[in-house]
Design a protein. Sequence first.
Length: 260
Amino acid sequence: MEEKIINKLESISGDVSFYYKNLVTGDIIKYNEEKPMLAASLIKLPILVECFKQIKEGIISKNQIFITKEEDKVPSCGALNYMQENLKVTLEDLYVLMIILSDNYATNILIDKLGIENINHTIKNIGLKNTVLNRKMFDDEKAALGLENYISAGDLAYLLEKIYNKELIDKKSSEEMISILKNQRLNGKIPFFLQSIKPKIEIAHKTGEDTNITHDVGIVFDKEPFIICFCGNNVNVPLYERLMQDITYDLYKYNLKRRK
């Protein structure tokens, strides 16, 4: 199975990174897993962690109110960008929207509130080696200076495993983060072929997209849960996303067959 998956990944032009771990058997398949990749919306995962860290420390409250402003809106993903200004939203609204709809406006509000330095400090304390937040979403001035956000498949697999083991922040925070990730609305990659399986297989995951960039990382709660992380820069997006669908289903079937 490992050779089959590596061959498929090598067939994709561009920069491809992959990590798989069966959380029962400990089996691992990895490919360029430590390669730093342009993050797109995967940077929102460590931002979510920082939210829960500051909530636990009493620095911020889930119920804190924010007022939306027209001048702060940014393009693309999410809901807030398409809603009226002067809308009252809570901190919890913001971090839920940031994950389940990949809301960029909500993300930028949270970055301002939490602080880039605080987020990066937590990233290092967790033990992530190739992940850094350098700018907000759609900050064209900083992007023009070459400042980008980075992640790696290995980093995010490590983060997801700590959440799965309920070791990130604390048990309650980890459980809440998993619950939010299970409510993901963007389900065309890792979950694609698994959504129709009965009984339902829950998947806690986060996607990322930009020009020639597509990612999906998550935990598949099969009878033997597994972590699976796909990252792609400079790729043919439709081809790589189809590969994500196929490899995830291949691994699901492989585990099912092995258990029989």
